[in-house]
Design a protein around this ligand. Structure first.
Ligand code: ZN
Length: 294
């Protein structure tokens, strides 16, 4: 997960223009649900059919915003599967600890650009996942989950002030670097915030988005290995240049410097926004550069 500026891509007009379908759909949903709630039947069997959030224009904007990667796990869905357009605040129903805690969900945000993210199937849907070190598969994935620090403060009324505080990392509003840290084995951990405490938001996000499912850990581990291979080459080249400066021919030194520059560029590429697992790469590379320069 990496921090992304939502305003780096304009909101799709289909969601914001009052004459177009997304905006109109939102108005229709609000009228319908407001009526149900006012008449005391908010949990009736009615389910509004939301369509605007998955229009092609919305998917294209989400693709550009996250470079074809899942907003949560940073794997590149675009080459292997269709995008799930994910509602960060669930639109139809909110479930926590196996129980519904809000029905309908945040229906007024179903076509709200700020509430939409591109997600891979394994982060977005409730599926059985294998977790390293756990003998049995576990049901994980965001689905209708939206845990809060304090359930009593849930934002249940679209006309009231929002006082809720989410326990999930929002890549467009939080800095994931403050909550998650990666090992060189590809495992992600809640970031330590003191000697005894780690980020609650990090821990909850890892569980809800299934960020330690074994195949994902394996993919991150492979990228971490490639990064470490580059680092090994850079360390050796830097040592060679340091030691041999006075002894080697100018032409050889220029070649070594050229190789070092090439390896550094290749290493930096891993942390570009378009690359899978770029946040993990940035953490590993920043630590390496700190060690190299001290
Ligand atoms: Zn994902």
């Amino acid at each position: 997960m990496r921090s992304v500026r939502r305003d780096s891509v304009p909101a799709p007009r289909v969601l914001t223009d009052s004459k177009l379908s997304g905006h109109r759909e939102r108005q229709r949903a609000e009228v319908k649900y407001d009526h149900l709630i006012a008449s005391g039947q908010p949990a009736s069997g009615f389910a509004f059919e939301f369509k605007a959030y998955k229009l092609a224009e919305v998917k294209e904007a989400l693709y550009q915003l996250f470079h074809g990667k899942c907003a949560y796990c940073e794997s590149r869905y675009a080459g292997t599967q269709p995008m799930d357009v994910e509602h960060w605040r669930p639109k139809g129903l909110v479930h926590e600890k196996g129980q519904p805690v809000m029905k309908p969900g945040y229906y007024w945000l179903a076509a709200d650009w700020d509430n939409l993210y591109p997600a891979c199937i394994d982060c977005n849907r409730a599926r059985e996942q294998r977790i390293p070190g756990q003998p049995q598969p576990v049901l994980l994935g965001k689905a209708n989950r939206f845990p809060l620090e304090d359930e009593t403060k849930r934002w249940k009324d679209r006309l009231s002030q929002n006082n809720e505080s989410s326990l999930l990392i929002d890549p467009c509003h939080d800095d994931p670097q403050e909550h998650l840290e990666f090992t060189t084995d590809g495992v992600v951990l809640p970031k330590k915030q003191s000697a005894v405490e780690a980020s609650h938001k990090g821990a909850e996000s890892i569980e809800v988005y299934a960020l330690n499912r074994s195949e994902l850990v394996w993919d991150r581990c492979e990228v971490a290995r490639q990064i470490q291979q580059r680092m090994t080459a850079i360390r050796k080249l830097a040592t060679l240049l340091d030691r041999s400066c006075a002894e080697i021919m100018d032409s050889t030194r220029l070649t070594l410097e050229d190789l070092l520059s090439h390896e550094m560029a290749a290493l930096r590429r891993f942390q570009e926004p378009s690359q899978p697992f770029s946040m993990m790469a940035a953490q590993l590379i920043d630590e390496f550069i700190r060690d190299l320069t001290t």
